[in-house]
Design a protein around this ligand. Structure first.
Ligand code: 1CP
Length: 333
């Protein structure tokens, strides 16, 4: 069994696997080299040769326990024919959403449009299996995808004023998202993903009274679905106000925490395996400080099933040498 599966399935506490959110990305010079020649980000995600190569870059460079496939949560709206562009120094920009056209899309159209993502997973997973390491497939949670599809750009601090105005539209889009997320998850698993992570990056934007409708119910449906395919699922409801309540209701196999929660309280209150937490900004400081912070997490979670990771994606300005240093501390511990 892989170290990651030992922790999230068997709840082992004597192994501390490590992988890093956004590990395949802009802090790596070998990624920037490829990116420079490929200005269209969506096209790059759809180039299975390059996307599998990028996915494996951090695996070749560092001793990580899992590869996360180089793709994006916004490949789902793209597969549903909503225009998706990534503008330099601005972020994603989505086209208008036509719900009646979108409702006509079937599974075959969707899979055909993003097929190279699955092809890349197949290439990556055959290599990872040989090394007893995991291949992580991922999706955006329904709420986070709804945010991008309706808001049409990153919400930064909040969604547009009239976001919830058309209740029927919101509910129809949510149903469509759920349907195609299941298809997307199934295809990732069929091609070799053996862990699924659900990113709810904008969970923190909602009021607690809205959690049942927009977070708990739709995520619970997905978690049940992944489990029915016999693959463990990690949820990351970033900046949710109550991780304990989330875990008790949604019951993922493991939960990734953000860097604003107190890891000590998490280790006391959560009964399930935990992943992540370290503030990615710590990687921008010095080795002494990094070591202190890493040991803090390892110490707090020494008797808890724990996967080392960050509390959000690694920052583009991170020095890869600091990543190497971090991994060595976790390995030597
Ligand atoms: O080179 C570039 O300019 C593109 C930067 C980039 C990369 C490397 C984007 C644009 N997406 C990705 C890949 C990606 N995205 C991965 C796979 C690589 C890896 O993890 O190693 C994953 C898992 C994601 C997931 C993702 N995309 C999330 C959830 C995680 C999170 O960061 O909260 C979100 C919110 C997105 C949307 C997105 N895609 C890209 C950007 C800059 C954003 C965020 C924009 C925003 O602030 O709203």
């Amino acid at each position: 069994m892989t170290p990651l599966h030992e922790v999230i399935i068997n709840k082992k506490t004597n192994v501390k696997p490590i992988w890093i959110m956004r590990q395949a990305g802009r802090y790596l010079p070998e990624f920037r080299e490829i990116r420079k020649e490929n200005p269209n980000f969506v096209e790059l995600c759809l180039n299975h040769k390059l996307s599998s190569q990028i996915t494996l870059q951090p695996i070749n460079r560092f001793d990580l326990d899992a590869a996360i496939i180089f793709s994006d949560i916004l490949m789902l709206p793209y597969g549903l024919n909503q225009k998706v562009e990534f503008k330099k120094n601005f972020g994603p920009v989505l086209g208008d959403l036509n719900i009646s056209l979108m409702s006509k899309i079937d599974e075959i159209d969707f899979v055909k449009k993003i097929y190279p993502v699955y092809k890349a997973i197949k290439i990556v997973s055959s290599k990872m299996n040989l090394e007893n390491k995991n291949t992580i497939g991922f999706v955006g949670a329904p709420w986070t995808l709804l945010v991008y599809m309706i808001n049409q750009q990153s919400p930064k601090k909040n969604v547009k004023k009239n976001f919830f105005k058309d209740e029927y539209l919101i509910n129809r889009v949510l149903l469509l998202i759920e349907k195609f997320l299941k298809i997307h998850i199934k295809n990732q698993i069929e091609n070799g993903a053996n862990v699924i992570q659900i990113f709810d990056s904008w969970a923190g934007l909602l009021e607690e009274r809205d959690y049942p409708n927009y977070i708990y119910t739709p995520t619970l449906n997905l978690v049940d679905y992944v489990r029915s395919l016999n693959v463990p699922v990690i949820c990351f409801p970033r900046e949710i106000k109550n991780y304990k309540e989330f875990c008790e209701i949604v019951k993922p196999d493991a939960v990734n925490i953000d860097y604003n929660v107190d890891p000590f309280m998490i280790s006391k209150n959560l009964k399930i395996p935990v992943q992540g937490g370290l503030d990615p900004k710590i990687l921008l400081t010095d080795q002494e400080n990094l070591k202190k912070e890493v040991l803090k997490y390892l110490d707090i979670f020494k008797d808890h099933p724990y996967v080392f990771n960050l509390g959000h994606g690694i920052l583009p300005e991170t020095n890869p040498e600091m990543v190497k240093f971090l991994i060595n501390i976790v390995r030597d511990h």
